[in-house]
Design a protein around this ligand. Sequence first.
Ligand code: SF4
Length: 253
Amino acid sequence: MMGLVSCICLFMALKITEIEAKSILSKSKVQPYVVNAYRGCQHGCSFCYARFMKRVTGHEEPWGDFVDVKINAAELLRREIRKKQPGRVWVSGVCDPYQPLEVRYRLTRACLEILLSNGWPVSIQTRSALVLRDIDLLRCAPGVEVGFSISTADDRIRRIFEPHAPTIGSRIMALEDLHRAGIRTFVMVAPVLPGAEGLAELLRGKIDSLLCDRMNYHYADRLYREHGLEYARTDEYYRKVAEALGGRWVGRG
Ligand code: SF4
């Protein structure tokens, strides 16, 4: 799928590789299309389902320690949307579109400019308030929704499972700003982590919809054990969260 590696540089433990992708607008099971301007994610969450990208890309660094930057993402997208039927685009599926490198590369913004100016609907999903940088684009476009992934209301739990992701407070504040700006907002509580039930209070009046899914894979088992949190993987706990949040449960919980 990918072409030439044009530049490799090391910044602390992070290996950044600029690449020329061969395509950018892919089919998806979640939305008709998905755009991932990066391969790899600096947030490096312990439970991340996208860590299979390590295998796919042949990276040997730990998940979170490498990012391939598709420097030709905008150029490709401009070409590809001319050949495809318009449909909702998920931004993004296997990386956070607003991970810290987006400040420097602005690829997500460039892709949004192309999609929105051509009238394609977009669903953004992120853990970062950096999305607010693009509020000028988002507030004028019909068919835009912005979702935050928030798995717990408790920042101590966030530090155990996703220590490199932005704080819960910053996400809640960003949601409030987006919602006030008239942009449709949602929250994805997936995977449900300990302390998720507290989100009901924090999210009140800031979102249009909420989706939940339980932790149904094993990447973070060690953390649950080490921190005595196994109670939060029981059916009883997931039921309690479902009742508290009243969200749409997308998994088997
Ligand atoms: S922010 Fe999303 S894509 Fe990035 S590591 Fe965390 S779960 Fe994975």
